[in-house]
Write a protein that binds this ligand. Structure first.
Ligand code: ARG
Length: 461
């Protein structure tokens, strides 16, 4: 019979099926570094407060370092019968340092311990996500700068709408991702708060000093209410949402890449490194990375829903359901990290095809708004101008040409206000060049955007 750290009141051992069903070591071992850091801080605080001696605290801290080394060297004896990362580490610590190991858990419960570990883990991952998100923003900025003069059809309803610059299109993602990074930074302030000292749920009788633990761990503050500290997981929900929202943005770009790589669009060529072939159709070059990223995004949404559902019916305070909270976060973390970094690689390897984009401008009457705006400058009310432009679209469609290919006479047949200068207004480059309002697609506006986002990135040039 394996002796459990909590086994005192039990006469029979847990059934193997229950052990296998209730364990969390198969997924929470990834929290080992945070668990050890938390225990070291706790041990030091116990020593400083005279709850154990300073020598005992030093012995515990040295032992915990040894445990960490064993884990990192791959020689740590993980045991499923010890349930979770906390009891595995504590048990091994006691084997290594002797009876003093049994003092580590003084004034602490696994309820505040697991919450501390999870908060530290989520905070560490949020910082990594931020770093990767910024790197991806930098890549969008780089690719945008290389394509300031390239135009392509901007779409609404996935239908050609108005011409935009490729830089503007790419910068749209840079701004989304900047917000993602900011959201993560803001969230991290609420996540990195220490619950240690809440103990099981009611606080303890020992003269603990939670601020000391928080300080050693570089945390922003400590809990206000012990029941909230061990019972709350909204930090995890919020952190998860930050990752999931970034995935949403990546997935939308994936969708565009997939369309653009289709030879019917031909706007981009993906690097061979980021494409795969077909086992039957020799000509195929498939955008599998983008497709899988889009698919994985769905799984992260499921994870968010999973965590929300786990939490919805949990009365105060800790309930064992909460053990399941880490699965959705850990799974999402892997997806977020790999997706952010792979997207930066894939974007770097994309060859944009300006000639194909330019060709696409000619179909879809992307200058119809220009014609309406032109008529407004000639004194026609916009609603009427919209109508005249619409009729010119119908005419061009009938003739199978663009608005710019209609003759002046044909155009004047629709409105006497139209003159020779209409052709300059219908020019796609002009249409873009004139949109220098703040946030517009015009070159000056794009230059301002680049300047602002680079200032945020902290890049000099
Ligand atoms: N493995 C548990 C979890 O992840 C640790 C906390 C267990 N606490 C308890 N009272 N059984 O939530």
């Amino acid at each position: 019979m394996s002796e459990k750290p909590w086994g005192g009141r039990f006469k029979e051992s847990t059934s193997l099926a229950v052990e296998a069903y209730t364990e969390s070591i198969s997924f929470d071992s990834v929290l080992y570094a945070q668990d050890i850091a938390g225990s070291k801080a706790h041990a030091r605080m116990l020593g400083e407060q005279g709850i154990i001696t300073r020598e005992e605290a030093d012995a515990l801290r040295a032992g915990l370092d040894q445990v960490k080394k064993e884990i990192e060297d791959g020689v740590f004896p993980w045991r499923q019968d010890l349930e979770d990362v906390h009891m595995n580490i504590e048990t091994r610590l006691t084997q290594l340092v002797g009876d003093v190991g049994k003092k580590l858990h003084t004034g602490r419960s696994r309820n505040d311990q697991v919450c501390l570990d999870f908060r530290l883990f989520a905070s560490d991952q949020l910082r990594e996500w931020m770093r990767l998100t910024r790197a991806l923003v930098r890549m969008f900025v780089k690719r945008a700068e290389e394509h300031k003069d390239v135009l392509l059809p901007g779409c609404t309803h996935m239908q050609p709408a108005q011409p935009v610059s490729l830089a503007h299109h790419l910068l749209a993602y840079a701004w989304m991702l900047k917000r993602d990074a900011e959201r993560m930074a803001d969230c991290e302030k609420r996540v990195r708060i220490s619950p240690l000292g809440a103990a099981a749920l009611a606080g303890t009788t020992y003269p603990l000093k939670p601020e000391m633990v928080a300080e050693e761990l570089g945390m922003y503050g400590i809990f206000d209410n012990s029941m909230d500290a061990v019972g709350d997981r909204d930090f995890a929900l919020e952190a998860l949402f930050c990752g999931v929202t970034a995935m949403n943005h990546l997935s939308r770009f994936c969708e565009e890449i997939i369309w653009w790589a289709n030879p019917m669009f031909g706007f981009v060529t993906l690097s061979d490194k980021h494409s795969t072939g077909s086992s039957i159709m020799p000509q195929k070059k498939n955008p599998d990375v983008a497709e899988i990223m889009r698919g994985k995004t769905g799984r992260t949404y499921g994870n968010l829903m999973n965590l929300m559902t786990i939490l919805k019916g949990i009365p105060l305070t800790y309930n064992r359901d909460m053990q399941e909270d880490k699965i959705s976060f850990i799974d999402t973390d892997g997806t977020v990290r790999h997706s952010l970094s792979l997207m930066a690689d894939m974007l770097e390897g994309i060859t944009f095809r300006p000639e194909r984009m330019r060709k696409a401008l000619a179909s879809g009457f992307l200058n119809a708004t220009e014609l309406a705006d032109y008529l407004v400058t000639k004194g026609m009310p916009f609603r009427e101008a919209h109508h005249v432009s619409g009729r010119s679209v119908a005419l061009a469609e009938e003739k199978g040409c663009g608005l710019e290919d209609l003759s002046l006479e044909e155009l004047r047949g629709l409105s006497e206000l139209i003159e020779e200068d209409v052709f300059a207004a219908l020019d796609y480059d002009t249409a873009v060049a004139r949109r220098n309002v703040p946030g517009g697609t015009g070159p000056q506006s794009v230059a301002r955007q680049l300047e602002n986002i680079k200032a945020w990135l902290g890049d000099k040039d």
